[in-house]
Design a protein around this ligand. Structure first.
Ligand SMILES: NC(=O)c1ccc[n+]([C@@H]2O[C@H](COP(=O)([O-])OP(=O)(O)OC[C@H]3O[C@@H](n4cnc5c(N)ncnc54)[C@H](O)[C@@H]3O)[C@@H](O)[C@H]2O)c1
Length: 295
């Protein structure tokens, strides 16, 4: 698979490197408006063609897929042009800045009948995959709540986001640029056990705590606390972006749906848009309703 990459800023070179390392694909050309950024690419990957005009990639019939790694406001235009030229498209997260732009990209992909994948790297992080498998195997019982911290990164200066789910579970996310150190943790509290995922740890990123509260049948108000073993499953050390690029290549080759497809990317943009609406109205609750993309 011959891939063209548009955008060689902070993240673009990581995409180019991972395409080189993945079997079955090669990054053949890179476009960026900045000559300086293209020089960085030429130095690291001398065989890759570079250009300041992204249309050279989109118009090149020998290129099968385009990776869009530019600022979010440019994603819709670039993705629509790439689909119109019959390319498969990988778009960096978030899919778009607005729900209407994200829907337009999903529709353009459907019309073209080509693969659309969104670069939600977290979904391909082996530790996150391990946590998901634990939850899906009913390893911790019913999920009561999720608490996550991603500080040293964020939308606004500081956000405390709370999301409620139909099951009654709630999720809380603390996001901020302003923090003394990098914290990337997620705690999932289940009725039987608790899982802690700490991305900053080099080893033992995931720990399962056999801890919980058992209600006593005889007296609703009395509870017994259970504190059992702590178990840390082995998590592969593979770079999440390498897993992600291999998945994109396989989905294009086999015509299968990516785990982070356009619909998944659109759902994230919907949640972000609602979070912004809540933020602008002083933290008011906003309702989320999942609408299918209208053709
Ligand atoms: N998956 C991840 O973990 C992850 C991490 C960082 C960034 N990102 C995403 O990657 C995307 C890019 O982020 P970044 O931090 O690299 O931004 P950046 O500003 O560092 O780089 C963007 C590059 O795109 C180029 N560009 C803009 N318009 C262009 C055009 N029309 N043609 C060619 N080049 C163009 C700019 O010159 C710039 O070099 C964003 O969507 C961001 O959210 C994802």
């Amino acid at each position: 698979m011959r891939v063209g990459v548009i955008g060689a800023g902070y993240w673009g070179p990581n995409i180019v490197r991972n395409l080189h390392e993945a079997p079955g694909a090669e990054a053949v050309a890179v476009a960026d408006l900045s000559k300086d950024r293209l020089d960085v690419i030429s130095k690291r990957f001398p065989a890759v063609r570079v250009t300041t005009n992204y249309r050279e990639l989109i118009d090149d019939p020998s290129i099968d897929a385009i990776c869009i790694v530019t600022p979010v406001g440019t994603h819709r235009k670039l993705a629509e042009e790439a689909f119109a030229a019959g390319k498969h498209v990988f778009v960096e997260k978030p899919l778009a800045a607005t729900v209407s732009d994200a829907e337009a990209i999903v529709r353009a992909g459907d019309r073209a009948g080509k693969t659309l994948m969104v670069g939600h790297t977290f979904v391909y992080n082996p530790a996150v995959v391990a946590v998901k498998e634990i939850l899906e195997s009913d390893g911790i019982g019913r999920v009561h709540y999720i608490d996550s911290q991603r500080v040293n990164l964020g939308l606004e200066d500081v956000v405390f986001l709370q999301i409620g789910f139909p099951s009654g579970a709630i999720a809380h996310a603390h996001l901020s640029w302003l923090a003394p150190s990098k914290l990337r943790t997620m705690i999932v509290i289940g009725s039987q056990k608790m899982v802690v995922y700490d991305d900053v740890q080099g080893v033992e990123k995931v720990k399962i705590y056999d801890q919980g509260v058992d209600k006593l049948e005889s007296d609703e108000l009395r509870r017994s606390y259970r504190a059992g073993d702590i178990h840390s499953p082995r998590v592969p050390m593979t770079e999440a972006l390498q897993v992600e690029m291999r998945h994109f290549i396989e989905c294009v080759r086999d015509g299968t749906k990516p785990r982070s497809d356009g619909e998944a990317g659109l759902t994230v943009v919907r949640v972000l848009e609602l979070a912004m609406r809540s933020l602008r109205s002083g933290g008011a609750r906003v309702a989320y309703r999942l609408d299918p993309v209208r053709a």
